[in-house]
Design a protein around this ligand. Structure first.
Ligand code: HEC
Length: 116
């Protein structure tokens, strides 16, 4: 079981490409930037189950991509933190929202992974 999960993770990493990234860009435009973006609802504890499922899918896709800048392994770590936090929120774990707020730090991630 564990082996399968690991293998999948490596496949996900292998699929990434080094070019500027539309998947990441679209995820940002849709889920992070708008005033009513899902990520903002999660921070306020207002995201619905459907919102959370959609966000999880988005972060899973992002995790498989390679950002234009920075270290891929660290990127996967950042994305996994987001994924882990969303899963906690889904499970109604009280620490989920605060984990998410830490993981969603825009600047902390942009400084390392966002090209010009
Ligand atoms: C896990 C890392 C990460 C987090 C957290 C993150 N971003 Fe980003 N963001 C990126 C990367 C990487 C890019 C560059 C994508 C590219 O163009 O290849 C980006 C690009 C963007 C862009 C430009 C999109 C475009 O049209 O080119 C916007 C807007 C943006 N992020 C908004 C946000 C906001 C708002 C937050 C916080 C709520 C946030 N991001 C949090 C990684 C992150």
């Amino acid at each position: 079981m564990k082996k399968t999960a690991l293998a999948l993770l490596f496949v996900a990493i292998g699929l990434g490409s080094a070019a500027a990234n539309d998947v990441i860009k679209d995820a940002m435009k849709k889920y992070h930037k708008p005033e009513d973006a899902i990520c903002k609802k999660v921070g306020k504890g207002e995201a619905t189950d459907a919102d959370l499922a959609e966000l999880l899918k988005c972060y899973t896709a992002m995790c498989a991509e390679t950002p234009g800048k920075g270290d891929k392994a660290k990127w996967v770590e950042k994305c996994q933190a987001l994924i882990g936090a969303v899963k906690k929120v889904q499970a109604k774990d009280a620490s989920g929202v605060s984990d998410f707020k830490k993981a969603i730090n825009c600047k902390a991630c942009h400084d390392v992974f966002k090209g010009k």
